[in-house]
Design a protein around this ligand. Structure first.
Ligand SMILES: [Cu+2]
Length: 140
């Protein structure tokens, strides 16, 4: 996966790595443009966040438990569930936003959360095995 350099450059990175073709002011301009995009258009903001950080999180399944059972992420985060045990499990959103196939040992399922909200899910094989993903924009 390639990341557009224009979105990963920060003033600090400029100072440290000299990755910008021109010095400081252009970096500041790029940052300002990015922040403007973040502030004004939610759709672009999500794309920018995704390219800038490509945030990821992992939830393990072991002992018929989602761990962590509750996780808070920012919009654009890709959560990957990993089944650590031989017991088969699934990941099923109660609101049908996502649904994995049956995951054998070492099987994984990923879903990218673009919209803020609470996502309660369970394992359809073991309905008592529940988890929750909370998606909310980071403060500031
Ligand atoms: Cu299960």
């Amino acid at each position: 996966m390639t990341i557009d350099d224009s979105f990963v450059v920060t003033p600090k990175a400029c100072m440290r790595d000299h990755r910008c073709k021109s010095p400081g002011p252009l970096c500041a301009l790029q940052l300002a443009l990015m922040l403007t995009a973040l502030a004004s258009t939610p759709g672009l903001a999500e794309e920018a966040l995704e390219s800038a950080n490509a945030p990821v999180a992992t939830v393990n399944m072991d002992h018929s438990t989602f761990m962590p059972g509750e996780i808070t992420v920012t919009p654009g985060t890709t959560v990957t569930w990993v089944n650590k045990e031989s017991m088969p499990h699934t990941v099923v959103d109660l609101n049908r936003g996502f649904r994995s196939k049956i995951l054998a040992k070492d099987g994984t399922f990923s879903f990218t959360f673009t919209n803020a909200g609470d996502y309660n899910y369970l394992c359809s094989i073991h309905p008592n095995m529940k988890g929750k993903v909370i998606v909310k924009p980071s403060a500031g």
